[in-house]
Design a protein around this ligand. Structure first.
Ligand code: HEC
Length: 353
């Protein structure tokens, strides 16, 4: 059962592209198996020693939503998934212990540096599509446990194509050193899971035009892969302010909203891929933390709902004047037809000149 779940089922977890490739039947089996797993699996207590514990590492992988980006067609954690953006093209690495195409020859420290700092032993900097800015906060013990788990995975030979980047990736400096051990309970535990492992913000926090997370709207909803990741701040009207902590925790472990509807898309993949294995106390800790983040009034919009960007006087180049004039004329006609102040438009156009 365990082997089946590990090698057959987690393939179908959170990823950008497997989303469309999932065979419903396999997914159904996966959900059933994960259900069975989660019923029996409680995370083992942290060992006193510094040795990595693979069982705890498997739980860390679950808290991360299953590292679904690495679950391509090639096999469990064997990588190959393609991620495209304005930055170019990158492929998820093969993180199985295969010595030729995976990370079998890497030392523990090399794997830890790749996870937390994005440093590749070949002296290249990984692209932050790999969420090392989040994982940089992962406690020493947790990352060691995760590495110990990765060592137990079945090696898969899968050579991943080289990346093609538009610009070099700048080196990464973590803002603070990672803790030695993770907090074990309460709001601190929730904050830690959200900001160091479960990377909720990678989907739910909008980005600035430069691509950095917009922390003034932390967890206030964003568009990701054409899907809306809703506002999960405690704002009553636009967030989840009216949900109880138990309801939030239940959603994380089952994918079910308080009204009985099911989450879909990337959230469902994160739940099925790992959150479903979360202990109740960890899910409640996350819920308790979410109640403490600033409530932000914001509704993430799909591209179709977003208004076309209107040219503004400030940034208008001479070549764009025709467009501006055309828009002004159209607006003027509209206002004229409806019998409202054409003079306003005229004055505006004059001011622009
Ligand atoms: C890979 C992207 C991704 C990650 C990671 C992610 N979410 Fe989501 N989440 C989504 C999407 C997309 C939806 C909307 C699903 C839908 O519309 O059915 C969603 C929905 C939700 C909802 C339901 C909100 C509502 O109003 O219906 C909650 C609550 C939620 N997520 C909390 C979390 C928390 C807490 C975490 C971290 C532990 C998290 N999510 C991690 C993408 C993500």
């Amino acid at each position: 059962m365990h082997v089946l779940a590990k090698h057959t089922l987690t393939k179908h977890t959170l990823t950008k592209h497997t989303l469309t490739k999932i065979v419903p039947l396999t997914l159904a089996i996966a959900i059933m198996a994960f259900g069975a797993l989660s019923a029996s699996a409680a995370p083992p207590a942290a060992p006193a020693a510094q040795e990595g514990n693979p069982e705890r590492g498997a739980y860390i992988l679950s808290l991360a939503g299953g590292c679904g980006c690495h679950m391509g067609q090639a096999g469990f954690l064997a990588g190959g998934e393609k991620f495209e953006g304005p930055f170019g093209v990158v492929y998820a690495s093969n993180i199985t212990p295969d010595s030729e195409t995976g990370i079998g020859n890497w030392s523990d420290q090399e794997i830890i540096d790749a996870i937390r700092l994005g440093e590749h032993p070949g002296d290249t900097q990984l692209h932050p599509v790999m969420p090392y800015p989040t994982f940089s906060n992962m406690a020493d013990q947790d990352v060691r446990d995760l590495v110990a788990f990765l060592r137990t995975v079945e090696p898969v030979e899968n050579a991943v194509p080289p990346r093609e980047l538009e610009a070099p990736v700048p080196p990464f400096e973590p803002r603070q050193p990672a803790p030695a051990e993770a907090p074990t309970e309460g709001v601190d535990r929730g904050a830690y899971i959200v900001n160091a492992i479960a990377h909720c913000g990678d989907c739910h926090t909008p980005r600035t035009p430069q691509g950095a997370p917009d922390m003034s709207k932390m967890l206030a909803g964003a568009m990701i892969e054409g899907q809306v990741a809703p506002n999960i701040t405690p704002h009553d009207a636009t967030g989840i302010g009216t949900w109880s902590e138990e309801e939030i925790a239940a959603l994380l472990r089952t994918g079910e909203r308080p009204d009985g509807s099911e989450v879909g898309g990337l959230m469902k993949l994160s739940v099925d891929g790992g959150y479903v294995n979360m202990t109740e106390s960890d899910a409640l800790a996350i819920a308790a933390y979410l109640e403490t983040v600033p409530a932000v009034a914001n509704t993430a919009q799909t591209p179709e709902e977003m208004p076309e960007e209107m040219p503004t006087t400030g940034g208008v180049l001479p070549a764009n004047w025709l467009i501006v004039a055309g828009l002004a004329a159209a607006l003027g006609t509209l206002l004229l037809v409806s019998g409202v102040g054409l003079r306003v438009v005229v004055r505006r156009v004059q001011r622009r000149n």
